[in-house]
Design a protein around this ligand. Sequence first.
Ligand code: ZN
Length: 376
Amino acid sequence: MREQLENFLKKVQKKYGYEQVMTPHIGDVKLYKTSGHFQKYGQDSFQPISTPAEGEEYLLKPMNCPHHCEIYKAWPRSYKDLPVRMAEFGTVYRYEQSGELHGLTRVRSFTQDDAHIFCRPDQLKDEFKKVIDIIFIIFKALNFENYTAQISLRDPNKPEKYIGSPENWDKAEEAIIEACEEKGLNTVTELGEAAFYGPKLDFMIKDALGRSWQLGTIQVDYNLPERFELEYIGADDNRHRPVMIHRAPFGSMERFVAVLIEHTAGKFPLWLTPEQVVVLPISEKYNDYAKKVSDFLNISDIRTVVDDRNEKIGRKIRDNELKRIPYLLIVGEKEAESDSVAVRRQGEGDKGTMTLEEFAEFINKEVRDQLSGLYN
Ligand SMILES: [Zn+2]
């Protein structure tokens, strides 16, 4: 399921001009000292791994951002190269006390659907709008209808709490507010909730039971470009600092899967569900044919399993209906002789008999229809 989510988001991101990068699971501790993460979280985190021979210290990667800043710096950048949009399904490691661990929602190693956008200040609003578009595409693909968005701004009475010039802050806050208005978002605005390094926009969704979950975040950052001395050459031939946007629409993949399980009560959309089809031979005599059906469908990119338990067909149907596998294919003598399957839709019942080719096309069309227009 996670692979489906990742593939889906990769396709959407490709459409929006992201490049996919990969960075290591460990990094030189200097990186996180430059970013300031080590000073802030180092004591409470996993301790450095040291190399006795060379005296180097490495950390399990706590954040992807410093690595992406290094990739940005690997080439000279001109104003024409911007925005640079770098995406990575990056696994990060954070120490949580054992008492804090909880299912898939609080873990010590999790994968962010992370990306960093390095842009010029005048591109901030457009980039923000594009990230909002991506979040909407995800909500649509997963039928999240009930969401709220929170804009977090600085506390105007405590300017000393924030880094970056007041002019930059004004520009960034204005860009977020306008982007949300132009996209027609329902928003609440909270003063004083911004991070010390920039304002942000958070999305909250309500699951099927009405509980709120925080999902995607879009965060403006003036701090890391400063700390990593990121630059681009402007149209005026001078050096300028880019603005950085951190964004993760799912947040953590592990946590997102947990939210999805709660939201859908296990009844996932066809394109996403781990098992799309189960083949049910009516007796052991047809196990070989059932296997042939499942091989054919798996090769056709349809995730298929066989229930070849020695049980009565009625029992097999009941058990697999409860597992919420979308399609149940019943096969016996008639089907084996004609290379066909008797199709049942979970929760709906009989859909008639189809040849293997017809069924493969039928289900692939349903998947295409679910995702149509979202990334193509
Ligand atoms: Zn980041």
